[in-house]
Write a protein that binds this ligand. Structure first.
Ligand code: NDP
Length: 252
């Protein structure tokens, strides 16, 4: 067995763009990756939150810029990636984290919410890949980290459409991995229940009630950030393809 001691990509400072950085997992990921010394670009719709987060990172000695971002708008996502290049000259890692989860039984016919989940969770990820891929290819490589869910592996009542979007994120990620000529690393991080604002936007009362017990045992968002940081920090020749992180009931 030989070891390539020149493979030091894990030691380098990277430019990392994070969608959905205004709360929950995205915010925790920004804090963790900035603390690791990386330059982070923060995107989401709530610009005031991003501004506060960038200031917090800066005050701690890190490097962060932010840009308002709606991932459902392809032009917005292209401008977001362009900002990484104008601010830092390149884009090494894109964390496609933005997501929504307005759960409901199919029979409730909340079709607008189905569309929103597809637009944010699936089209948003595709917009990110479309914007980042040419940039990463031109600079000789990059890393796409897509946040799926345990809902990408199993389906439960009220979660059919949400799970469909997360199954899609896994499928898209696997396709991207297979089509990569070794220059693009692809990681799917699939969290179990995690403390965040994700369940706050569930309008359907059945689904909302069910979530109270289901979400009683939850990971800290920083635990998911740690998994993302692990994948990002691997040497260039190591491609971490999937990580599933669930809360342990023992932590109760
Ligand atoms: P939060 O609701 O706390 O964060 C979601 C983030 O997505 C926010 O920053 C929100 O920002 C952003 N967002 C939503 N819509 C858009 C949009 N159209 N354009 C840009 N940003 C958008 O939830 P989490 O941190 O939990 O969610 C992060 C990811 O983790 C999601 O993909 C979710 O599906 C996944 N996940 C979460 C789990 C959990 O239990 N928490 C479990 C499994 C997966 P803003 O509103 O400011 O735009």
């Amino acid at each position: 067995m030989t070891h390539d001691t020149t493979d030091t990509a894990h030691d380098t400072v990277k430019t990392i763009a994070i969608t959905g950085a205004s709360s929950g997992i995205g915010e925790a990921t920004a804090l963790r990756l900035a603390a690791d010394g990386h330059r982070v670009l923060l995107g989401a719709r709530r610009e005031d939150r991003l501004e506060r987060l960038a200031a917090r990172i800066g005050a701690a000695g890190g490097t962060a810029v932010f840009q308002r971002l709606d991932v459902t708008d392809a032009a917005d996502v292209r401008a977001f990636v362009a900002r990484a290049r104008s601010a830092f000259g390149r884009l090494d890692v894109l964390v496609n984290n933005a997501g929504v989860m307005p759960l409901s039984p199919l029979a409730a016919l909340r079709t607008d919410e189905w569309d929103t989940m597809i637009d944010v969770n699936v089209r948003g990820v595709l917009h990110g890949i479309a914007a980042a891929l040419p940039v990463m290819r031109a600079q000789g490589g990059g890393h796409v980290v897509n946040i799926a869910s345990v809902g990408a592996h199993e389906v439960s009542p009220t979660a059919a459409v949400y799970c469909a979007t997360k199954f899609a994120v896994r499928a898209i990620s696997e396709g991207l991995r297979q089509e990569s000529a070794g220059d693009i690393r692809v990681t799917v991080v699939s969290p179990g229940v995690t403390e965040s604002e994700l369940a706050d936007h569930i309008g359907d009362s059945t689904a909302r009630r069910a979530m109270v017990a289901y979400r009683a045992v939850a990971l800290a968002a920083s635990a998911v950030a740690d998994a993302i940081a692990y994948a990002v920090s691997q040497p260039a020749r190591v491609d971490v393809n999937e990580v599933i992180v669930r809360p342990s009931p023992a932590a109760r």
